[in-house]
Design a protein around this ligand. Structure first.
Ligand SMILES: [Zn+2]
Length: 298
C-alpha cells in the first residue's frame, strides 16, 4: 500500500505557536463564525495578523476549502493542552439547531474536513476512531502515542484536562463524522494503490498565500532547527551578507521570490521564516539529494 501524504492546503502561517511535536491526536473545533466560503481565510488571516490573540490551530475549513495555519509537527495553541495534537477548526456559528450540521454548506465543509482528517490519520498512523474520555486520558498517560490516538472534540479536551472551558463544536455529529473519515480513508487508499499520472507539481513556494512576504527572521532564530539556522547562514553567505544584516536579507528574499529566482536554500529560509518547518526541511532534503522535492509534505 502506498503511503498517503498529509493534507497540503494553502498555508497562511499563524503568528503564535509552540515548538516541535509528534501529531498523535485530532481535536475538532468550531470557530464561532459563519459556515460560508471565505471564512477559513478570514480566520487564518486574523491569526496571521498583528492583532492575533495568543491562539492558533493547524487547519481551518469552510464550505469551499481548508487552509493550514501551523505545520503538523509544530504545536498550535488551540485547547490549552496542546502538545502532540492537531487542532482542526470547522467554520460554525456555534449556535442554532444541531440540524445546521446537515445543511448544504456544512455538508460541503465536512466533506473537505473528512479527507483532511483521513490524510492526517493515515500519514501519521493515528487510528480512525472516536476516543472516549477514558481513552483520551489513557492516551495521555501512555505517553501520547499516535497508535493510542484518535479523534476527539475540544469539549472532551476541556473535560479531561481542564485547561480550557470551551465546549465546541456544539451539536457536532461526531459519530457520523468519524464514519465519513473512514470512508474518505478507504477512497484514498484505493486511489493510492492505483497508478495514476500525477499532475505537474506546483512550485511549493506558491502554496503560501498570494503576496505572502517575509517580514521577520525571528521564527528561525526562536524555533528553527540547526539545519534551518545553517540555511540562513548559507543564504547570507550566498548573498555576500552577514546573518546580522536582517533587513537586507529580508529584502533580498522577497525580491528573489517575486522574480522566481529563490534557490533551494532561499526557499528553505523563506518557509522557515514563516514557521513552516516541515516544508523548510523538505527543501533542504531536496537540496541535499536526500529525496525529491514534492508538492505538499509527502
Ligand atoms: Zn475549540
Amino acid at each position: 500500500m502506498s503511503k498517503i501524504a498529509p493534507p497540503a492546503p494553502p498555508m497562511i502561517p499563524a503568528r503564535h505557536h509552540g515548538g516541535a511535536q509528534t501529531p498523535a491526536l485530532i481535536v475538532m473545533h468550531g470557530t464561532v463564525s459563519p459556515c460560508r466560503k471565505g471564512n477559513a481565510r478570514s480566520v487564518a488571516n486574523w491569526w496571521h495578523g498583528t492583532s492575533s490573540p495568543d491562539t492558533s490551530a493547524h487547519y481551518v475549513a469552510d464550505p469551499g476549502e481548508s487552509v493550514q495555519c501551523v505545520g503538523d509537527h509544530t504545536e498550535a495553541y488551540h485547547c490549552g493542552y496542546n502538545l502532540n495534537s492537531i487542532g482542526y477548526e470547522l467554520s460554525d456559528p456555534e449556535t442554532g439547531a444541531a440540524s445546521r450540521w446537515e445543511d448544504a454548506d456544512h455538508k460541503a465543509m465536512l466533506a473537505i474536513a473528512a479527507v483532511d482528517v483521513a490524510r492526517l490519520c493515515l500519514a501519521y498512523g493515528i487510528p480512525i476512531r472516536r476516543l472516549s474520555n477514558a481513552q483520551l486520558a489513557a492516551w495521555d498517560k501512555g505517553g501520547k502515542k499516535p497508535k493510542d490516538g484518535g479523534i476527539v472534540s475540544h469539549r472532551q479536551m476541556s473535560t479531561v484536562f481542564k485547561k480550557s472551558t470551551h465546549t465546541d463544536p456544539i451539536g457536532f455529529p461526531m459519530a457520523a463524522f468519524v464514519k465519513q473519515v473512514k470512508a474518505a480513508a478507504a477512497d484514498l487508499q484505493k486511489g493510492a494503490s492505483t497508478p495514476v499520472s500525477k499532475p505537474k507539481p506546483k512550485d511549493p513556494v506558491d502554496t503560501l498565500a498570494p503576496g505572502e512576504k517575509v517580514t521577520s527572521l525571528a521564527q528561525i532564530n526562536q524555533h528553527g532547527s540547526a539545519r534551518e539556522k545553517a540555511a540562513l547562514a548559507q543564504f547570507a553567505k550566498n548573498q555576500g551578507l552577514k546573518v546580522t544584516q536582517t533587513g537586507e536579507l529580508i529584502r533580498r528574499l522577497n525580491v528573489l521570490r517575486a522574480e522566481g529566482k529563490l534557490g533551494d536554500t532561499g526557499r528553505a529560509v523563506f518557509y522557515a521564516a514563516h514557521g513552516w518547518h516541515e516544508k523548510a526541511l523538505d527543501e533542504l532534503d531536496a537540496r541535499d539529494g536526500k529525496k525529491a522535492a514534492t508538492p505538499g509534505k509527502a
